[in-house]
Design a protein around this ligand. Sequence first.
Ligand code: KDG
Length: 350
Amino acid sequence: MKKLFGLLSMVLLITVLAACGGDNAESTSGDGDESASGDSGETKTIKAGIGLNSDHPQYKGLLKFKEIVEEETDGAIKVETYHSGQLGDDRTMTEALQLGTQEVVIPSTAPLANFVPEFSVFDIPFLFPNEQVADEVLDGEVGQELLGKLEEQNLVGLSYWENGFRDLTNSERAVATVDDFDGLKIRTMENDLHLDAFKALGANPTPMAFTELFTAMQQGTVDGQENPYATIYLQKFYEVQEHVSNTHHIYSPFVFLMSKSFYDGLTEEQQKIVKDAAVEAGEHERKLNREANEKYLKELQEEGMEYTEITDEARQEMVDAVAPVVEEYKSKIGEETVDKVYQAIEDAQK
Ligand code: KDG
């Protein structure tokens, strides 16, 4: 009996060691001499998920990424694309990347700040004056430095995409001034700075995953939300929201994330292909998204939403109302990061 037990233990040990060896072999980086298809001939699969639906430019960008990667690697890397939170919300998908059960997600910076707090710098209200400045800062030194911080979280940041300037919608009243925010139940992304900024404006904010938002508005759990026009239109929020105002209070970047264990298992050539593809597909996405944001305010009105223009004076009152929150968060985000971003914004406007 003892002998049999010993034999069984040995067999088990050998099986476990063989399995571990297999994993290690897969996650070893190539030396750059291999072809893009890798020398093992094995096909690797990227499961890529996003929260927005298949009509959104974010999904079109993801399809572009798929096209480039599959073509450039001669099919050695396959990309499976999932939209509408089919794989989960931004936070749970990011956790899946850390666990190695999903390979790509493209979340907003707001929920990502729960993993790397410095990302909240991009959630400072009224930070970027326009998209061109945002591009320069994000694609420049400080933006890339922040992507580097993701490695500590077992994540690789490959590029920035965008959701864009966020505007307020609600089903209660037209919002033209700070006073109009009074008591409005607004869904925010899961980010403390967003939450506190909306409190400072007088609203009653609730953090919630995007996947739960439509139903929450439909059932009246929240009165409103904030997202760019393209997202509001393409997600059909006009079916459950009556008012829209061009608050433009935050510019939301997306971060193209890859699981670090997956990335480390690619050959150097494959790493370059996925990195370049994430950048190229991101440029495509930003272009489509800007066209969509230009186009959809009119369509929202055609669908029956009442549009309220925010005057410069009213927007300045909003800036003033959130100023103490911004001050408070500078140390939470990290003074150095905040200063670098402000400096980069100034430089981009010279
Ligand atoms: O795919 C991105 C979405 O999951 C989300 O980030 C969109 O801005 C967004 C929000 O309001 O949650």
